[in-house]
Design a protein around this ligand. Structure first.
Ligand code: 5GP
Ligand code: ZN
Length: 110
């Protein structure tokens, strides 16, 4: 399958990883829209949250919370784009973790 996030998960394409376990990875977005912009995703190829069970979505969010705590983010945004009409470009489920603004929260379009 010609999926960029599958290839990153399988280390066929490099990325700046910040987390990995048996089933999930997190890495820095190549075009950051915030001072901290990390993508959290399951290694399993699922097109979007529409294909995912609640438990998997929950674990994805928990990993993002853990990374945000490690990075000492005071506040942040968590975004799932769902489908092309929702702004999703890469058709492999991923959660955007955005934060690190110094003053007021940034307005982001991801
Ligand atoms: P989407 O719009 O699908 O929700 O978000 C896809 C995100 O993946 C975008 O923010 C984009 O910058 C990021 N992205 C696309 N290709 C790559 C890549 O090859 N490496 C990394 N690290 N991020 C990517
Ligand atoms: Zn994939």
């Amino acid at each position: 399958m010609n999926c960029i996030f599958c290839k990153i998960s399988q280390k066929e394409i490099p990325a700046q990883f910040v987390f990995e376990d048996e089933k999930f990875v997190a890495f820095e977005d190549i075009h950051p829209k915030a001072p901290v912009h990390i993508l959290v995703l399951p290694k399993e190829h699922l097109a979007s949250v529409l294909e995912a069970k609640g438990e998997l979505i929950g674990t994805t969010v928990e990993i993002a919370k853990k990374i945000a705590a490690e990075k000492k983010l005071e506040g942040y945004k968590l975004v799932f784009n769902v489908g092309p009409a929702g702004g999703q470009v890469v058709e492999h489920l991923h959660l955007h973790l955005l934060g690190g603004w110094r003053e007021k929260p940034g307005k982001v379009e991801v």
